[in-house]
Design a protein around this ligand. Structure first.
Ligand SMILES: C[S@@+](CC[C@H](N)C(=O)[O-])C[C@H]1O[C@@H](n2cnc3c(N)ncnc32)[C@H](O)[C@@H]1O
Length: 271
């Protein structure tokens, strides 16, 4: 094992972890051979995987900026990921310096890097807690979450690139709705979810095979993802591929480019 592949105690590097595979796709260094191997298996059948991950990350930035511009100053970010440029608190605090963020993730390696996420600053507070999106009530009751989120005021709820790790039997729609039940009217849901709608059928089949094999993530069709978001009114332009969600000027929206972006994104407001 090279020095770069050293792992803190308690970190399982015998099987791939979503946060580290994603980190590899977006060009990070917090990943291990088992993560890189799985990432490369995806890239071999669907070279657009890394483009998709970067599109997702860019959406997160635009959506958090949008929410902060709408006056949201507290965010519950479930499925935080390993710190990378454009973390939620950085984007939000550019607009609302006092914005607070409660980060939640179920991967201990994300916790191991949390200190980098939470530098001592006189800006808004951030906390980090270990939690599983499949146990929403535990997340909502966590002291670190309660410390920075006031559930009587609108919240920005981030479920960005996480619901595709939740199996059908675990009821993704129910999870979204249980979280939405805890936040008041005016709150914004920011969500994204991978899809194989834009892959050639043969690649889509292979991606699903890799997913089955690794029990990793489940790309889903547009209608299924839309059915998870019925608890909010989607803001324009609705549930669309990441580059199409309020793109910055000059973004390449050609059919070729869009065919490489296999993730749907949306922001919705709780009525
Ligand atoms: C693809 S990364 C997305 C990171 C970030 N949200 C973004 O979009 O840039 C998915 C994150 O979700 C976390 N995750 C996966 N399953 C989870 C679960 N059941 N509960 C909490 N976090 C989970 C992973 O550890 C990883 O950090």
């Amino acid at each position: 094992m090279s020095e770069q592949d050293w792992a803190p105690t308690g970190i399982d590097i015998s099987r791939p972890h979503p946060a580290r595979v994603y980190d590899y796709h977006i060009g990070g260094k917090t990943n291990y051979p088992v993560d890189r191997e799985l990432a490369e298996r995806f890239i071999a059948v669907a070279p657009q995987t890394s483009v998709t991950a970067l599109d997702n990350r860019a959406f997160l930035g635009r959506a958090v900026r949008y929410a902060a511009e709408q006056g949201i100053d507290q965010f519950l970010d479930i499925g935080t990921g390993i710190p990378a440029p454009g973390n939620t608190h950085e984007v939000a605090q550019e607009i609302v310096p006092s914005a607070r963020v409660a980060y939640v993730d179920n991967d201990p390696i994300v916790l191991a890097h949390a200190r980098a996420l939470m530098p001592a600053t006189d800006r808004g507070r951030t906390t980090f807690t270990m939690g599983d999106v499949r146990e929403p009530e535990k997340i909502l009751a966590a002291p670190e979450v309660r410390e920075v989120i006031d559930f009587d005021r609108p919240v920005g709820l981030l479920l960005v690139a996480i619901l595709h790790y939740v199996a059908d039997a675990e009821d993704p729609a129910g999870i979204v709705n249980r979280l939405l039940d805890a936040v008041p009217s005016g709150s914004l849901l920011i969500a994204s979810h991978t899809t194989s709608d834009f892959l050639p059928p043969i690649s889509a089949e292979r991606v699903l095979e890799i997913n089955d094999d690794a029990e990793f993530m489940l790309p889903r069709p547009h209608a299924t993802i839309a059915s998870y978001l019925t608890g909010v009114d989607l803001v324009e332009p609705g549930l669309v591929q990441a580059p199409l969600w309020r793109p910055e000027e000059g973004t390449d929206l050609s059919p070729e480019r869009l065919s490489q972006s296999w993730i749907y994104t949306a922001v919705g407001r709780k009525a």
